[in-house]
Design a protein around this ligand. Structure first.
Ligand code: GLN
Length: 591
């Protein structure tokens, strides 16, 4: 390694002699991967993940390879134990990583399956540093925030660069600049940009322009102070994205430009948008895509023909969004009903299916805690379909079962997801198979008919972190079933799981005799993964979370089936093809 490159040393070359500590993974090619860092100022919740994923999408459209990563300040190792009520849904990746819901935004926007390398928390970083310390990897040095902890962050980013072979790694830093818990992430990116050299990195600061109703004008002071804080960390932003409820005035942009030494054309207005799918177009209108390309000096890597094709497909999708001419209402039961973020993927999956079918999907939230048999009818009389989503614990479970009974008896389209699948089994066992005591041992540990019981592999597990049956698994489909038809007669499909309980195999025969069809199961294991009722217009449940793999241009077939069935219920048979037919059509036009 040359003298001036002393700053970087391969992991095995780190010595005690030097104050420089910046381990680099084997195979790392300096200059191959460029970095875009996205930070937030003024307040959290500005949509850093949305911005970063949309910008990454524009680069991907140009034929560039992108890899996103979210750096989270909290000390949890993953998001598995976080309460969705506080933090939004736990998004599960194919490799089983339980992570922040922003990773869902990246997967949807980039139509890409991500893994644990795309998500890092302070918990992971510190645990890795402490393990190395115990292992003696720091060669007698005192282990410090700088350079060791920042070194670990940089190592993670460069490992991602090697593994993904990306042209650009998009790094989103959680929280806002000035938070104690993300300060070392910001320091790490400053160091990394310095080590990588000029044109290696691009810093984007998202900020917020206030518009107090008492003043009736936009105020940029909070934004200026926020950006100043970033500059005090030694970071000169290259782009400032001004979030606001209305388009940001030229005057406010000018003030920010003067204050931050960022040219006016790179201080852009990003007002609230009705749909996140319109944001890529907004970024293009501001030429942010080419600004980034120029800042990173990678003009020679882009493929404009590729861009014309992919952008054309995207515009077909956004055009369809504006052309919906029907409407259905889907009821969603759940105890986190006050926080839409807890069900982000389901809302997205319904939207994707609706757009593909030319139908707006309205959602009615149904709090089931107080529902008993008769009252279910009231809440469900005006919905065209119902989803019982994933859940844990006893609260509201009987209300969900009552809703499912209503859906089954009244031909109301039903989609049960994970817990909703389990509750459908209980309802069927009780009311059709005569097992009146049927329940899940999660709800009633000593129940005499445990149709839903803990998975054998889960019995010996202690603690709660990262140990459910997690991640992508293949599902074997039974020929000539609705599920098989919905998935285009595929032999197997892959979906993501996050559960501890399952249908107790001892009850399968009884349930099937009663008329319940298990149309999807785990290969070589008696784990039931999809159920359906053949006589019902649309009654289907899955132990998995199909919403996690729905993408704007590839809507998930079970959701397409549900929305089509809901449309059929509202508008009548002659106008809408049956759910399977509708899904086939969607698959033909979107794949
Ligand atoms: N609580 C159920 C289980 O652990 C369902 C989990 C879920 O809905 N994600 O099996």
């Amino acid at each position: 390694m040359s003298k001036e490159n002393d700053l970087l040393a391969s992991v095995s070359d780190i010595s005690t002699e030097s104050e420089f500590f910046s381990p680099v993974p084997d195979g790392y090619k300096k200059g191959k991967t460029r970095y875009v860092f996205v930070t937030g100022t003024v307040m959290s919740g500005l949509g850093k993940g949305i911005f970063s994923s949309c910008l990454a999408k524009l680069m991907q459209d140009k034929g560039l390879k992108v890899a996103p990563i979210k750096l989270e300040g909290y000390l949890n190792i993953d998001s598995g134990t976080l309460n969705p009520f506080r933090h939004g849904e736990v998004f599960v990746l194919d490799d089983g990583m339980e992570c922040d819901m922003d990773l869902g935004t990246y997967e949807r926007m980039l139509d890409m399956d991500l893994t644990h390398v795309n998500f890092a928390t302070s918990g992971q970083i510190f645990s890795s540093v402490l393990n190395k310390e115990r292992h003696g990897d720091y060669l007698g040095r005192d282990v410090q925030m700088i350079p060791h902890v920042t070194g670990e962050v940089k190592l993670k980013l460069r490992q991602l660069a090697v593994q993904s072979d990306a042209d650009i790694v998009f790094v989103e830093i959680g929280g806002t600049v000035g938070d104690l818990e993300n300060a070392y992430f910001i320091e790490a990116m400053r160091e990394l940009a310095y080590e990588e050299g000029p044109n290696s990195s691009c810093f984007v600061a998202l900020t917020y322009i206030l518009e107090p109703s008492t003043l009736g004008e936009q105020k940029s002071k909070a934004a200026q102070l926020g950006i100043k804080q970033l500059m005090q960390c030694g970071i000169q932003p290259d782009i400032i994205a001004c979030r606001a409820s209305n388009p940001v005035s030229e005057k406010a942009r000018q003030k920010i430009s003067v204050y931050s030494s960022v040219p006016l054309k790179r201080v852009v207005s990003l007002p609230d948008s009705a749909s996140i799918y319109m944001i890529p177009a907004m970024l293009r209108e501001n030429s942010l895509d080419f600004e980034v390309i120029r800042l990173l000096k990678i003009e020679d890597r882009i493929n404009l023909r590729h861009e014309r094709k992919t952008w054309g497909r995207w515009c077909d999708f956004t055009d369809k969004m504006g052309a919906v001419n029907r409407e259905v209402t889907i009821g969603i039961t759940g105890k986190y009903t006050s926080v839409r973020d807890s069900y982000a993927s389901i809302i997205n999956a319904l939207e994707h299916a609706g757009i593909a079918l030319g139908c707006e999907v309205k959602i009615k939230w149904i709090e089931t805690t107080n529902i008993i048999d008769e009252t279910a009818v009231e809440g469900l009389s005006d919905v065209d379909g119902i989803i019982v989503p994933g859940g844990f614990g006893t609260r509201g479970a009987e209300g969900k079962i009552a809703c499912i009974k209503y859906a089954r008896e009244n031909n109301l389209p039903y989609l049960g997801l994970c817990f909703g699948f389990q509750m459908a089994v209980i309802e069927f066992a009780r009311n059709i198979c005569g097992l009146v005591k049927a329940n899940s041992t999660e709800i009633e540990p000593d129940c005499s008919e445990p149709v839903i019981d803990i998975l054998p592999e889960q019995k010996k597990i202690e603690g709660l972190g990262g140990n459910m049956r997690l991640g992508g698994r293949d599902i074997e489909l039974k020929p000539d079933t609705i599920a098989w038809e919905l998935f285009g007669k595929a032999k197997t499909v892959r979906m993501r799981f996050r559960h501890r309980y399952e249908v107790d195999p001892r009850y399968i025969e009884t349930l099937e005799k009663g008329g319940l069809v298990f149309s999807g199961k785990a290969p070589q294991q008696p784990i039931m993964q999809i159920l359906e009722l053949p006589q019902h217009p649309f009654f289907i449940g899955t132990q998995s979370h199909p919403c996690l793999t729905s993408r704007p241009l590839r809507p998930q077939p079970m959701f397409v089936g549900l929305v089509a069935a809901a449309m059929q219920r509202r508008y009548g048979q002659e106008k809408i093809p049956d759910p399977v037919e509708a899904n086939r059509k969607v698959m033909r036009t979107t794949s």
